[in-house]
Design a protein around this ligand. Sequence first.
Ligand code: NAP
Length: 264
Amino acid sequence: MTDLSGKIAIVTGAGSGIGRASALLFAEHGAKVIAADITDKVNDTAAENPEAITAVTCDAGKEEDVQALVAKALELHGDLHIFFANAGISGGFDGIFDQSVEEWEEILRINLIGPFLAIKYAGKAIADKGHGGSIICTASVAGLRSGAGGPAYTASKAGVVNLVRIGAQQLSGSDIRCNAICPGLIETGMTEFMYDMVRERGMEDKIGQLNPLKRGGEPSEIASAALFLASEDSSYVNGHALVVDGGLSSSHPYSRQKFGQTST
Ligand code: NAP
C-alpha cells in the first residue's frame, strides 16, 4: 500500500470536492494533514479524521496566508513534505468580451498565483529540511486547450501546467518534485450546478459522453492521482502534468466509432 506515514501534507481547497477527498486519502495512508479552505466547511473534513487532519481557514491566493499555512505545518508537526495546491474557482463561463479585468485578476490570483505561492513557500520550507518532497498543483484539461472553462480560468490553468515545469527546474537539486494534475469533468462543488441542471432535465446519462469512458469522474479518482504524485510511487515523475480525464483530451473532435465497429 502507498505509504505516507511520517509525512506532513498541506492540502488547499480541502473543504470540498477534490481537496476534501485528497486530504482524507492522504490521512488514510498515514500522513498528518493540514486541510485548508477559504471557509470553515473545512472543519467537516477534519472531523472525519481528527487524529490526522487539522483544519485551517485561509485564502490560498493570498501571500501572507500561504506563508502562515506553511508556518502552521512547521509549528504543529515540525516538518513539511507535501503541498497540494488545489484550491480554485471557475469564475463562470462568460466569454472574452464579457469578462472584466477584475474577474481575471481574481481568477488568476487564486488559480495561478496560489500555486506559485505554494511552490515559493513550501518549496523553501521543504528544501530547508533537506529531505525532499512533493508539490502538486491542480491544473485542468481546460489548461491544455480551450472549451472546458471560461477564458480566465483556461488561461490560469494553462499557466499552472507551465508553472510546475519551472517549479521542477527551480527546485533542482532539492529532491522536491513539482507536478500538476489536469482533471477532466469531476462532480464537485464547482460543477454541482451543471450536474443539478442535467439531472433536473433527466439527462444524467449525457454527462461525460464526450470522453471514451462515457462518464464523469469522481473526486476520489483525482485524489488517487494526487496520492501517487505525493508518494514515493512517483519518485521519478517531475515537471509533469498528469491528465486524469477519462480520455477526454486524447483526441480532436470526431465521430467516434462504437466498440467493435471497424472503419471501411
Ligand atoms: P470545489 O468542490 O468547489 O472545491 C474547491 C474548494 O476550494 C472549495 O471549497 C472552495 O471554496 C475553495 N476555495 C475557493 N477559493 C479559495 C481560496 N482563495 N482559498 C482557499 N480555498 C478556496 O471544486 P473542485 O472541483 O474540487 O476544485 C478543486 C480544483 O480542481 C480546482 O483548482 C479546480 O479548478 C480544479 N478542477 C476541477 C474540475 C472539475 O470538473 N470539478 C476539473 C478540472 C479542474 P468555495 O466553495 O467557498 O469557493
